[in-house]
Design a protein around this ligand. Sequence first.
Ligand code: FAD
Length: 573
Amino acid sequence: MMKKVKEILSTYDYEIDFYIREDKVVFLKGEVNKWQEVVDIGHKVAAVKGVRNIVNDITSKDITVKTEDNKKQIQEALKGNVTECDVLIIGGGVSGCAIAHAFGKYDLKTIVVEKNSDIGTEATKANNGNIHPGLLAKYGTLKAKLNLKGNKMYTDWAKDLDFELQRPGSLVVFYEEKHKKQFDAMRLLKRTGLGYFIKPAKQMMRTPGLKWLTAKEVKEMEPNIKGEPLGGFWMTTMGIVEPFEVVYALSENAIDNGVEFKMNTKVLAIQTEGNIHRVITNSGIYKTKTIINAAGVYADKIAEMVNDKFYTIHARRGAIAILDKSRKGFINRPTGVVKSGGNKNSKGGGASLTPEGNFLWGPTAKEVYDREDKSVEAADMEYILALGQSVTDEVKKNEIIQFFAGIRAADYREDFIIEKSRTVNGFIHVAGIQSPGLAAAPAIAEMVEKIYKKDHKLKVKENYIKTRKRTPIFRELSHEVQDKLIQQNPKYGRIICRCEMITEGEILDAIHAPIPATSLDAVKRRSRAGMGRCQSGFCGPKVLEIIARELEIPLTEVTLKGKDTEILERENR
Ligand SMILES: Cc1cc2nc3c(=O)[nH]c(=O)nc-3n(C[C@H](O)[C@H](O)[C@H](O)COP(=O)(O)OP(=O)(O)OC[C@H]3O[C@@H](n4cnc5c(N)ncnc54)[C@H](O)[C@@H]3O)c2cc1C
């Protein structure tokens, strides 16, 4: 292993130091010219046989390293109140919320701490909402295993937790003869069972619901796709969800079962003595025997706080365009086109859709140093446009209503890291949860539950509540039910968002939800007010007034997405 790592580093014209720890973790240090080189070196070393993972402390000249000195903040925080709990989950993304939902079953005091003002506001809100079938995850990885399992588990999740899951499957189409031959070969491997003996085909053999389509069948299924494809491949188990609906559903059920969620609570440091951790946050101290680290792109920083950093997260930004619903039904399932080459770190992308019927074009995949860099560059836009228009060129650029970007929390082995710390008692890593983290979430939570169960005797709560019911979605109800609802609460009779037909009653439901929506964006995600073509242009000021009124705060204190994002500077009349 030593020889191989040396060999890799010798191909670069830089002084890079490394050492290999007993547990086969490789530590890298040095300086190179470009950030992409840092990432490339990391990947190459992590791929060496036997390497457990790598801590990549190489810097590059094209970036300014940000160091956060929070000593003063920690000193202040140490004076905070102490709350005790059995399990503390760090991070309220889909991983943290899924784990909270699973732990809600047991007689435990479980708390989730989330640094932002709402749950699901990082990678979890910025994805394609695809419940991937599992075919494209690399065979033998944890990602691949949990993707296959998680995909299946979504059916029960959606039923029990009352969120929308559609399973239109996803379609891949091809236009070139060489691709047709490849797909024919895959079909043969699947049909004969020979694929079980060929490594690149092994994941396909384990993925259910694969169907090979003729050119005619493709056109019948999707008459609006571009040109004359030679055939297609339908992964029938692919699902689509609205990811934030999933986290609200999970958290609300967890809260019904006694789990507490603490928003605006950022973990700054962890002090560990024997079996007890004191987790220091900007709003108090949490004393706990078990920490579950589901901090997304900051999971390695949290691991460092307990001296168990054996991986480095590198940020891979993905940008997506959302189109309005006027094209609903134009394409009926996530669809991509087989191209030669492609990006090995992305699932390819193309034209996806939300359960509501908005198209999602993208995503891109770009390595960025800054974990907060959610910008969308002109090059991203061009790439996204080309992706969408490779599926259909009838849909035009001006149908895009918004671009957004999220950060994939990748480690250098490009796999999930879900394990109990080998050196610290009561610490579970849930890191490297990049795509398909949303699809795998139920299986991730189940795995964490099993790890915890091995060391603890657990009792299911006597009054455990298995199901959750969502608040009314006015536009989906029959006129009779709408009438009844308005009679009970006239606020359901006042439309605030005209594009999406969202009533004041639904906005109030969002603001007074178990995890209250306290910002414009949080109300938008929960109720859809502002998600339409005008993107809040019309309803934004009204929603702002409703938030101020309900929270009893001045208009100038209402934010777009939490602290430091106030919308109005002053009131002028
Ligand atoms: C562009 C893009 C497209 C994608 N498409 C798909 C897809 O279609 N299907 C799919 O399965 N997956 C997809 N993914 C991946 C998926 O979004 C992620 O795997 C998943 O959301 C990860 O969830 P998480 O909870 O682990 O992380 P996150 O959602 O990032 O949550 C981590 C949470 O931890 C909090 N946190 C961090 N540090 C601290 C701290 N110090 N104290 C307190 N809280 C803290 C953060 O604020 C955050 O809320 C995509 C990702 C991207 C970026």
